[in-house]
Ligand binder design. Structure first.
Ligand code: HEM
Length: 518
């Protein structure tokens, strides 16, 4: 009896506390944040308890998927970010919506973008990823923040030093020559064969990142990709599911599959690292090798870096490898795919580029770094492709305290999100032809292409700008140069169906079939 007398009030208090917390998180806070923004003139779709705007997002995505796109339009926003498109029209450029109970503020103003992405004071941070994304990326650069991020970035920067990267161009070129050789062989059997650039470039950029990341261990590296790809597919399917805290620990079929894949990925990568370590210890070859993994291992083992704390553990290096595959492989593959889409449907630009490549590099030589830097028109086309078909569709940051951004006061724990397709088409900065393919706008480089230098953010800006952008541009230019050298022309197949989709990255739903002429 005495025991019950004690237990009843304790349990009642606990229940009341839980109910109060639920009331605050699910009802009171969303209402007060909505009011807070409304007072500042920021509106958005109404909040629904627990799911926020997620149901509307899903419905709009389903509708957009079923709606065919005008084949001559490059405005991908209604197709890949239908909710941003609809709500920006309905509520204005800056609007508020809800990912479950989390408020999200959509921003497209370049001054505000600069303020958020360029700050070095830690006012905005990367939010914790859902467990599915964690399995894909691990605690690599893309997902970590604070001092951990500083340490990782310092340890990794040397591997992406432009002089180190120059040494990789030959490997990039060799991989491309071998792919083009296979295409030619297949055309020998069937001259009208159509090649889907999306799947071809996924293979080629996979081959390139495996060679440039792992050097001699690239075959084992390619196995890692297969697992990574499977994980990616699982993540795409789950990205807008409502996340229930703790659900990642339940042994559901989906979780068990995820755990298995993650373990396989980690074990494969560890075994590649061990092989490299043994090679170095045996004194065979050149230290850890001049590939990305070798450079990371070397930087992490340098005494000066150890003293400065700029070194990584083996587990951290494994996580960085996972991040590089994801961040560095499909992004570049999509850039190349959309560039071929433009050139295959625009013979005038294709001819200009071929003339430039052949006059700078000849018809057979793999270009070196010096020659790549002279390919001005190729660079302009790649930038214009990145503007209109940016592989990364949006990025976001979370406020760590109540903050002032432009004229707005933003509460702590709000996600500020930047929809790239809208930013890259804002007529205020890009002019009336913002929806059209016009590489000439990049004639003076990307910072002068629009009326504001930060209206182009395909590689992001500020301290967390893409670490691999030089790598990506070198790779894309090398691949384009070799293709333009080897074929007298190519055209987009009449079977092409224009349907860009949001698969975390921007992809062509039905591929990009191309017909080559020898
Ligand atoms: C066309 C190709 C590429 C595009 C468009 C691209 C775009 C981006 C963007 C927009 C970000 C910032 C993401 C954010 O702030 O949320 C980023 C970050 C990053 N990218 Fe890339 N990327 C490309 C290629 C690469 C390559 C080739 C690598 C590596 C081999 C790479 C590795 C990374 C890493 C590690 C980060 C995180 C940097 C940090 O937070 O410190 N990317 N990339």
């Amino acid at each position: 009896m005495g025991y019950l007398q004690f237990l009843v009030p304790v349990v009642s208090t606990l229940v009341l506390l839980v109910l109060w917390k639920l009331f605050v998180d699910l009802i009171w806070r969303p209402r007060s944040i909505t009011k807070h923004f409304a007072k500042q003139g920021v509106r958005g779709p109404p909040y629904s308890v627990l799911t926020g705007s997620l149901m509307q997002i899903k419905a709009l995505e389903v509708e957009a998927k079923q709606t065919p796109m005008d084949p001559s339009s490059h405005d991908v926003t209604p197709k890949v970010l239908p909710y941003y498109h609809k709500w920006s029209q309905q509520y204005g450029e800056t609007f508020l919506f809800w990912f479950g109970t989390q408020p999200r503020l959509s921003i497209v103003d370049p001054e505000m973008i600069k303020e958020v992405l360029s700050t070095k004071f830690g006012f905005y941070t990367i939010d914790k990823q859902p467990p599915s994304v964690d399995a894909l990326l691990g605690n690599g650069l893309l997902s970590i923040g604070g001092l951990d991020w500083v340490r990782h970035r310092r340890a990794l920067n040397p591997a992406f030093n432009i002089d180190k990267l120059k040494g990789m161009i030959k490997r990039m070129g060799d991989c491309t020559v071998s792919t083009v050789g296979r295409w030619r062989d297949e055309m020998g059997v069937n001259p009208r064969k159509e090649f889907d650039m999306h799947s071809e470039f996924m293979q080629l950029t996979g081959d390139i990142i495996a060679h440039t990341s792992f050097g001699t261990s690239y075959k084992e590296g390619k196995e890692v990709f297969e697992v990574e790809r499977e994980l990616h597919r699982m993540v795409i399917d789950s990205v807008t599911d409502v996340y229930i805290p703790g659900s990642e620990y339940l042994p559901t079929k989906w979780n068990r599959r995820m755990w298995r894949l993650e373990k396989r990925l980690r074990n494969n990568l560890k075994s590649i690292i061990e092989t490299k370590q043994k090679m170095k210890d045996s004194g065979k070859g050149h230290g850890y090798g001049d590939d990305l993994l070798g450079l990371m291992l070397a930087a992490s083992n340098e005494e000066s870096n150890k003293k400065d704390g700029a070194c990584l553990t083996i587990d951290e290096i494994v996580d960085e490898c996972k991040t590089f595959f994801f961040a560095g492989h499909e992004t570049t593959s999509n850039l190349l795919t959309w560039a071929m889409f433009f050139l295959g449907s625009n013979q005038e630009w294709q001819t200009k580029l071929r003339e430039e490549v052949r006059s700078v590099c000849g018809t057979s030589e793999i270009p070196d770094a010096d020659k790549l830097s002279k390919l001005k028109l190729v660079t302009m086309v790649l930038y214009e492709t990145l503007r209109l078909y940016s592989p990364v569709i949006f990025t976001e940051r979370k406020t760590v305290s109540d903050l002032k951004l432009g004229n707005l006061v933003i509460p702590k724990d709000t996600m500020v999100t930047f929809p790239f397709p809208m930013i890259h088409r804002n007529k205020k900065y890009w002019g009336e032809d913002a929806d059209e393919f016009n590489p000439l706008r990049f004639a003076d480089g990307f910072s002068r292409a629009a009326k504001h230098p930060n209206a182009f953010i395909a590689f992001s800006i500020g301290p967390r700008t893409c670490i691999g952008q030089n790598f990506a541009m070198m790779e894309a230019k090398t691949v384009m140069a070799v293709i333009l050298q080897k074929f007298s022309s190519f055209t987009l197949s009449p079977c092409y169906k224009h349907s860009p989709v949001n698969n975390i990255l921007l992809q062509p739903e039905f591929g990009v079939p191309i017909l080559f002429n020898q």
